[in-house]
Design a protein around this ligand. Structure first.
Ligand code: MSP
Length: 640
């Protein structure tokens, strides 16, 4: 029998700005789901990517004075750095500027045009550039975008239109017949209301700018960015050329998106597919928003949290755990550093970390670290075993139903029961008995419980699963293990465990200091005036200045102001440490070309080697900006 298959996607994110933990939330959730299905023995395809066209990006590039392509190239490279750091195991990454995607978009557009569902007309109406959305006058709220509240622009241009309206009855019927198509339920109702209130045909081409996929049959027209972006889900399957891939993976099992882009995924995208005569995705799930103490995260509010900073500070699994456990999947949830620390200390350090630590300590003490042969157990032993036995299938059911936080709660019930089992069975008392039979059973059960925990938790916390596995010193390759391995009793007596350091050291609350987002604000420190000294040209020419590309950026433990950068100087790579943490987050830096002084004596700052100094302009009000050059100038170029 062929394996069940599962095709899952995330939204493709705009590289108009850097990713923040809101974006990481969707991707981590998708990663946990994808990993789980693989673990459960299914064939999985997990696709993410970047949505690189449109007016918003073209404007952002212009503002920075670089070409749109150079702009997106730099920011998209930071997406990949972030996903690697977060242990995101995607199978494909679709960039909408790739030729394979342009071809897919043009084929979709041409096919629908040939079938008569795209026609030429003129658009006169409103447009929200930040949301890349067309609005009719009657949907505006106080004259602004009803989604984001920002001002809209009046557009008047020749455009091609897509017959959305024609398909509305068919779409409503599909929604009614397929209760799993739009989830959760509240979103389904919202979408049905929206469709019932009347669908206008959609403008699907633009002529007032050119950063997009050209409409194949009409000069000066580029495809509307959402029409372009949604097609990425087919690009990943080699559309239109690779029929085998499409047969194998289409329709998608799950498009995971934030609730604000449900309309595009449950109205426009299905209608594109209907017009192409393709089946509709099985489920579009709209999850809630990650909210911050000061409301939704945005640059203007200054509450943008760079996930790389959080990872440097707390580790990747605490962040993954927090995102997946704290928020009821489908609902909005709050993010704060304090809550992240509390969750980490309570669930990870106290419950799971201590369980592993004290169990292995006892095993060392009583049986030299070797797993004993269990005997007949008591009722209490059996109750623990019974719970653990049913856990794998129970978590699978939760995951199939997209109840991610519930799945974690179930796994932590096992952790909780194991801790309680230790207290109830008091191995230290059993150790005093002449007959060590009961002690052997209890210790076996505890280690077996930990083995199951490692297996069940690894889709959510890949590094943690690996650490537990390593301390249990199990020989099988953890990556190759499936749900079948989570069957009770597979642990071999005689296994010699290898206790290591605590897997989650407690985070001292003083480490919290100030919220990360505030750090950037507290920067005003007037610059001291210095007497000018005149240099002659020989003196100046002693300073070797060169262009360097920033490859990596990290925070420095215990130093709020410092960032550690790995830079490429063309012929060599170096590390420099710079006092710019209050002005830039790591993700904002990766890929930038800066100017550095090459021939400064290396120094150590907070224990980190700094082999050079970067140049930055410092304004009288204390603001600071790095001196940068565009990607047209290669790393290593001399600055004179
Ligand atoms: N490019 C479009 C998507 C095209 S998909 C064919 C887009 N990009 S985006 O960069 O703005 O990303 C939006 C997505 O990021 C949301 O749908 C959601 O998945 C995620 N999030 C961004 N901010 C978020 C929160 N504060 N909370 C939760 N998710 C958030 O829209």
């Amino acid at each position: 029998m062929s394996k069940e298959r599962f095709y899952i996607t995330t939204p493709i994110y705009y590289p108009s700005d850097h990713l923040h933990i809101g974006h990481a939330y969707t991707t981590v959730a998708a990663d946990a789901i994808a990993r789980w299905h693989k673990f459960a023995g299914r064939d999985v395809l997990f696709v993410t990517g970047s949505d690189e066209h449109g007016q918003k990006i073209q404007r952002a590039a212009k503002k920075e004075g670089v070409s749109a392509q150079a702009y997106v190239d730099r920011i998209v490279s930071t997406f990949k750095v972030l996903w690697d750091k977060m242990n995101i195991e995607y199978d494909d990454f679709i960039r909408t500027t790739e030729p394979r995607h342009e071809k897919a978009v043009q084929t979709v557009f041409q096919t629908i045009y040939d079938r008569g569902d795209i026609y030429k007309s003129a658009y006169r109406g409103w447009y929200c550039t930040p949301c890349e959305t067309f609005w009719t006058e009657n949907r505006l709220v106080d004259g602004n975008c009803p989604d984001c509240g920002r001002p809209v622009e009046l557009l008047e241009e020749e455009s091609y239109f897509f017959r959305l309206n024609k398909y509305a009855p068919r779409l409503l019927e599909h929604i009614e017949k397929h209760p799993d198509f739009i989830r959760p339920e509240a979103r389904r109702k919202e979408m049905v209301n929206f469709i019932q209130s009347g669908l206008e045909d959609l403008c699907v081409s633009r002529t007032s700018f050119d950063w997009g996929v050209p409409v194949p049959f009409a000069e000066n027209h580029v495809v509307y960015v959402w029409f372009d972006a949604l097609t990425n889900y087919l690009t990943a399957l080699g559309y239109p050329d690779d029929q085998k891939m499409q047969d194998r993976w289409w329709p998608a099992d799950l498009h995971l998106v934030g609730k604000e882009i449900m309309r595009f995924h449950t109205i426009i995208w299905p209608i594109i597919l209907m017009a192409l005569d393709l089946p509709l995705p099985k489920t579009v799930f709209g999850h809630g928003w990650l909210l911050f103490e000061s409301g939704k995260m945005s640059k203007s509010k200054g509450n943008v949290v760079d996930p790389l900073v959080l990872i440097d500070k707390y580790g990747v699994d605490p962040l993954r755990y927090f995102l997946l456990r704290e928020i009821s999947f489908g609902q909005d949830g709050n993010f704060s550093e304090r809550a992240l620390i509390e969750r980490t200390n309570a669930d990870l350090a106290n419950d799971l970390g201590n369980l592993l630590n004290r169990t292995l300590s006892m095993l060392n003490q009583y049986f030299k670290g070797v797993v004993p042969q269990p005997g007949e157990g008591t009722e209490k032993d059996q109750a623990f075993i019974d719970f653990a036995r049913g856990l794998g299938p129970a978590v699978d059911k939760r995951m199939r139903n997209l109840e991610l936080n519930e799945a974690l709660i179930a796994i932590w019930q096992l952790v909780g029961k194991a801790n309680k089992y230790i207290d109830d069975r008091a191995p230290w008392d059993l150790a005093k008995a002449e007959d060590k039979g009961e002690l052997k059973t209890v210790m076996y059960n505890l280690i077996e419980g930990l083995r199951l925990t490692a297996l069940l938790v690894k889709s959510f916390l890949p590094a943690t699963g690996g650490k537990i596995w390593a301390q249990l010193n199990l020989k099988e390759d953890l990556d190759a293990q499936t749900l079948a391995a989570a069957e009770w009793g597979r642990l071999l007596p005689g296994t010699k465990t290898r206790k290591g350091d605590p897997i989650f050291p407690r985070i001292e609350t003083k480490a919290e200091k100030r919220p990360l987002s505030k750090q950037r604000k507290e920067k005003k420190k007037p610059v001291k005036k210095r007497e000018g000294v005149l240099l002659n040209i020989e003196e100046f020419s002693k300073i070797e200045l060169a262009v360097a590309e920033i490859l990596q950026a990290e925070t420095v433990q215990g130093a709020d102001r410092l960032l550690k950068l790995q830079i490429d100087l063309g012929s060599e790579k170096r590390q420099i440490v710079a006092g710019i943490a209050q002005y830039y987050t790591p993700l904002e830096l990766i890929g930038r070309r800066i100017v550095v002084v090459k021939n400064l004596k290396p120094v150590k700052l907070r224990g980190e080697l700094s082999q050079g100094m970067l140049l930055a302009a410092s304004a009288p009000d204390g603001n600071l900006e790095l001196v940068t050059v565009s990607s047209a100038i290669p790393a290593g170029s001399k600055v004179k």
